[in-house]
Design a protein around this ligand. Structure first.
Ligand SMILES: Cc1cc2nc3c(=O)[nH]c(=O)nc-3n(C[C@H](O)[C@H](O)[C@H](O)COP(=O)(O)OP(=O)(O)OC[C@H]3O[C@@H](n4cnc5c(N)ncnc54)[C@H](O)[C@@H]3O)c2cc1C
Length: 505
């Protein structure tokens, strides 16, 4: 499908928001308060045809386009001063079964909570996506996507059957392309690129179709994983004031060791997922949330063994609470502060193949207890990975990191723009010092394995902060980058879709 040249404005009058419109402030506000764009027009399309018309109109005008789905981008890829035309896809948010594709169609504006509710209540199935229900499917799936069921069922993109994308060719003509994972599909490489490339690279995704890689038949209830009926939802916390430097190191080393030894594909412990949040000592709390499929044999024992392993030799008291909840209730539980509108943030990340070294643990302890810095909401979050994610080859999808056992998310959040540089400087030096042995960035195929494009960090492209020999794209895509570049050359030859860390042909 292509749009008639110049017909964009007429088709879309109803859905175009300009700076005088009272809705403008709403549609130009994203999750990270550090960034704000000032486009001359914001389109709010409700169909692929409307997206096509908006993209064609922007291409005809030579305008710089950005796309927003859930608005959780951590860098300024959408909210940049260069954005002239913004596509807000939040009304493109259906979740339904498509019998002709034998797959579930998910539109990009659907939030993860809506996806979970729609798939579960409609068909009893799900996708192994993130724990934050307000993240948009649009950006999340493009970056690979992982969550509490990843250890049991792989990454989200391991279940991606097809994508519908609006691209712009060398002549400036926008068209709708459907690319599937069928090996004889002429657009197979475009599908592959969408299995972990990150947002804003090849075009505007207007629909994802999801079907498990091994699914057979046409019973929708058998085409995607079934989530647990119920989970054991545990919250465990330690007080910083009870921890010595030694016991802090012991706790984190125990945690890393458990994940090193319990993250192979196909083992029973893949029914367990956890997130360990280690913020600065001023918070006086180190918090662990753990989710275990309540139906697996010995679920309670698996949870208590996990906690015993983490506490072994730590010698500090901890508080522990377990609730048995239906799975969807657990996924929609507002345990994280994803609705962070107005908060300002700088984040960094790494894949961890092994636990932190003693030197790295010393750095982490020093930064989190340093009383010359005063912001409490800064630190690191360690999320369980591995399991079935590791059963997939590094080049089978664009998500290259397949033998890591944890994802590390380094964050600093604040509200007052005054003194912002101080907070950014803190997290930059925290990260640089953790990875001092590999040029200030995570190494590849070592203790770490580069970083996750859904947690983007433009510092990796800045020689002041990346002093390693590895360019930013190798840290994110490893050996998959050249193939991504070939897809870019084929489907976005003019670089119409671009941002601070976009793939270049
Ligand atoms: C609080 C929080 C919790 C998170 N938890 C997890 C987690 O548990 N697991 C995990 O894997 N990730 C997690 N993430 C990361 C999250 O997956 C990414 O931030 C994701 O890119 C957000 O998607 P979005 O649609 O909400 O954001 P947006 O800001 O709308 O989009 C992000 C990027 O994708 C592009 N994009 C969006 N939609 C489209 C589209 N339709 N076509 C082309 N490009 C598009 C945008 O232009 C932008 O570059 C979390 C992030 C936050 C802030």
């Amino acid at each position: 499908m292509t749009a008639a040249r110049g017909d964009g404005a007429g088709v879309l009058d109803r859905t175009v928001i300009t700076p005088e419109d009272p809705r403008y402030a709403e549609v130009t506000t994203a999750a990270n308060g550090r960034f704000r764009c000032t486009p001359r027009a914001v389109h709010v399309p409700a169909s692929a045809a409307e997206v096509l018309a908006a993209v064609q109109g922007a291409a005809d005008a030579g305008a710089r386009v950005a796309v927003r789905s859930g608005g959780h981008c951590l860098e300024d890829f959408v909210d940049s001063a260069e954005t002239e035309v913004l596509l807000d896809l939040s009304l493109l948010n259906r979740v339904e079964y498509d019998a002709t594709m034998r797959a579930f169609a998910i539109e990009p504006g659907a939030l993860l909570g809506d996806v979970y509710r729609g798939l579960l209540k409609g068909w009893g199935v799900t996708i192994p996506a993130g724990l934050e229900y307000s993240v948009g499917a649009g950006g999340h799936i493009l970056g690979g996507g992982y969550g509490p069921l990843t250890r049991a069922h792989g990454c989200v993109v391991d279940h991606l059957y097809a994508v519908e994308v609006v691209t712009v060719d060398a002549a400036g003509t926008a068209r709708v392309v459907v690319a599937t994972r069928e090996s004889d599909d002429p657009h197979h490489d475009l599908w592959w690129a969408h299995t972990g490339c990150g947002g804003g690279n090849f075009g505007v995704v207007t629909k994802y179709w999801m079907r498990a890689p091994d699914a057979e038949g046409d019973d929708p209830a058998a085409l995607l994983p079934r989530p647990p009926a119920e989970v054991l939802d545990a919250l465990t916390s330690w007080s910083w004031s009870d921890l010595t430097p030694e016991s802090f190191r012991r706790l984190l080393a125990n945690h890393g060791r458990w994940h090193e030894t319990h993250s192979a594909p196909g083992i029973p412990e893949n029914a367990l997922f956890s997130i360990l949040t280690v913020l600065r000592a001023q918070t006086n709390t180190i918090a662990l949330i753990t989710q275990v499929d309540a139906a697996v044999d010995g679920a309670e024992r698996m949870l208590s063994d996990y906690l015993d392993a983490l506490n072994e030799g730590v010698g500090a008291p901890y508080h522990h609470d377990v609730q048995r909840r239906p799975w969807l209730r657990s996924m929609l539980w507002p345990r994280m502060r994803g609705d962070v509108y107005g908060q300002r943030a700088k984040c960094k990340a790494a894949y961890l193949r092994r636990r932190y070294t003693d030197d790295q643990l010393d750095v982490i302890h020093r930064y989190l207890t340093d009383d010359t810095y005063d912001n409490p909401t800064a630190g690191v979050i360690l999320a369980a990975y591995g399991g079935q994610a590791s059963a997939v080859a590094s080049d089978a999808t664009a998500t290259a990191q397949r033998d890591s056992v944890l994802k590390a998310f380094y964050l600093n959040n604040w509200t007052d723009p005054i003194g912002e540089e101080r907070h950014i400087a803190w997290i930059r030096s925290f990260y640089r010092d953790i990875y001092a042995g590999s040029g200030g960035v995570p190494d590849l195929n070592g203790q770490a394995d580069g970083s996750y494009i859904n947690y983007p960090d433009t510092d990796l492209a800045d020689p002041a902060w990346n002093r390693s020999e590895k360019p930013w794209h190798e840290l994110y895509y490893k050996d998959n980058y050249p193939r991504l570049q070939r897809v870019k050359a084929a489907y976005d030859p003019t670089g119409f879709f671009r941002h601070a860390l976009s793939i270049t042909a």
